[in-house]
Design a protein around this ligand. Structure first.
Ligand code: FAD
Length: 472
């Protein structure tokens, strides 16, 4: 195998130059590196908001590569076919990528690896998306962890290598292969009226992610442990959209957290623990891929979840008009910003799965379509945790009260910011919701605010009765 032949660097959800182990290794060989992004079978299945956000991430990353004299080659098609074609075209003898852990990506990557290896191509994955490879963490009995706290204790003092610096240049091939034009892919097309409404709320690309981390560490980390619970306060890092597309590495965030802890910042320990929640999601997804598709605790298969998306209650939940203000504010926040505060995610998930007794998969899929920080592991774990069907989940009989949570988490201002009905001079955010939604929803800021589709008391009682009837 010639050691001057190009390396194809296949980028997926790792759109960064800094702390990218596979790229660092490729750059160090001195061989030509051809960066490639493929709109492949996995991307074809993304929901509208993740697909739009990914497209913007790709645009930003292509510019970043150009700033060091390289390029991002764009191709569309089945990953296997595209890579086989590019190997032929370029004479590359290696295809490297950063490992992914969600079942559709794993299936794709296994097919790619076996096809390329069969053609004598060095097809190899490297870590970079996680701090701890899921199979390296196990209990004393040699099993995977099913409960967060012991998992967290077992990893929190592990040595995590320092982040690697970005390569200052990448050797270019003699001739560049052709590339598609990103705009021809129409990655925002399915966003309906929404892309220009969501765009101002997104922090796209590696520079934006690094700035966000620095700002968080400077201004917010001290109070993070308390402030993170209040949806009306900007108290969290906001890094989930960057972590999910790999615009920043978890190691970079982890080391920033360690430095803050060494500097005595009160919230640093909590921040590190939240990063470990992300690791825990991937640990679970790796060991039990059904986390994304079915009840993790199979006894929940017998629970009378409602699975009919056409139900009035489901529509009301999706459209932010359940008549429960905290729930509606949160659903509208997601529609406008592509994000939702963690407290709000728990409140809307609890209301859907308990008060409305609808299957968590309905909510998981709606989030999958509308979140710009959609993450296959965090989203499925978050839903199963909220519904009670997941590992280490909140018990089903603990039903959040979406009325008292408003006071408890000082959500009054948050609600005013997102619900226009009944206000003489509603804020722009609240009005943006009506600019973003499809006209067929027939909603107007001048409407009367609806009565609850299911009140807290009725919904809670119905959920508990169903739960007790099955003696879970
Ligand atoms: P910060 O509070 O600043 O935390 C830092 C990082 O730690 C986050 O960026 C994230 O990577 C990780 N983290 C924080 N909280 C959690 C958590 N509970 N579980 C796993 N990792 C966590 N997170 C996603 O990234 N994508 C999703 O699709 C997603 N869906 C969710 C669905 C439900 C029903 C629930 C209850 C939670 C979901 N979460 C999801 C987890 C959490 O709400 C978000 O990670 C968090 O709100 C992101 O905001 P932040 O970046 O400011 O977080």
């Amino acid at each position: 195998m010639s050691d001057t032949a190009p390396i194809l660097m296949w980028f997926r959800r790792d759109l960064r130059l800094t702390d990218h182990p596979a790229l660092t290794e490729a750059a160090a060989t001195g061989r030509p590196v051809i960066p490639v992004f493929i709109h492949d079978e996995v991307v074809e299945d993304y929901g509208p908001a993740p697909r739009w956000r990914l497209g913007e991430g790709v645009r930003s990353f292509a510019e970043r590569l150009e700033s060091i004299g390289s390029r991002l080659i764009l191709r569309r098609g089945r990953a296997c076919n595209v890579l086989e074609g590019l190997v032929e075209e370029t004479g590359a003898t290696a295809v490297w990528w950063t490992r992914a852990y969600d079942p559709p990506s794993v299936e794709r990557d296994e097919a790619v690896k076996s096809s390329l290896t069969g053609r004598d191509v060095d097809a190899a994955s490297r870590p970079g998306h996680l701090l701890f490879e899921p199979w390296t963490v196990e209990t004393k009995q040699g099993e995977f962890y099913k409960v967060y706290t012991p998992y967290m204790r077992s990893v929190k003092n592990r040595e995590v290598a320092d982040p690697e610096t970005a390569p200052s240049e990448l050797a270019a091939p003699e001739t560049w292969p052709d590339s598609d034009d990103l705009d021809d892919w129409g990655m925002g097309a399915a966003m309906d009226r929404g892309a220009e409404i969501v765009a101002p709320h997104a922090y796209i690309g590696e520079d934006a992610a690094q700035t966000r981390l620095a700002t968080f560490m400077r201004d917010l980390i001290e109070d993070y442990a308390q402030a993170r619970d209040y949806p009306g306060v900007e108290g969290t890092s906001g890094l989930s959209e960057n972590l999910t597309y790999g615009e920043i590495s978890p190691r970079t965030c982890w080391h920033a957290g360690l430095r803050a802890r060494d500097a005595g910042k009160a919230g640093a320990e909590t921040f590190l623990q939240e990063l470990i929640w992300r690791e825990f999601s991937y640990h679970l997804l790796h060991h039990t891929p059904r986390l994304m598709t079915g009840n993790w605790r199979e006894k929940w298969d017998a629970f009378p979840w409602n699975e009919d998306e056409r139900l009035t209650e489901v529509k009301a939940w999706k459209q932010g008009r359940t008549g429960i203000r905290f729930v509606d504010a949160a659903m509208r926040e997601m529609y406008v910003t592509g994000r939702m505060h963690n407290r709000s995610r728990m409140v809307v998930a609890s209301y859907l799965t308990k008060h409305l007794m609808c299957h968590w998969k309905i909510g998981m899929h709606w989030f999958e379509e509308h979140l710009i920080d959609w993450d296959p592991a965090n989203n499925s774990m978050g839903w199963q945790w909220s519904a009670g069907s997941g590992p280490d989940a909140t018990p089903f009989f603990r039903v959040f009260n979406p009325i008292t949570q408003v006071d408890k988490f000082k959500a009054d201002g948050y609600i005013r910011n997102w619900i226009a009905e009944g206000q003489d001079d509603p804020p722009e955010d609240a009005l943006d919701y009506f600019r973003a939604i499809p006209r067929r929803w027939s909603m107007s800021p001048d409407d009367d605010y609806p009565e609850p589709v299911v009140s807290h008391e009725d919904g809670r009682q119905r959920a508990l009765d169903a739960y007790q009837a099955r003696e879970f």
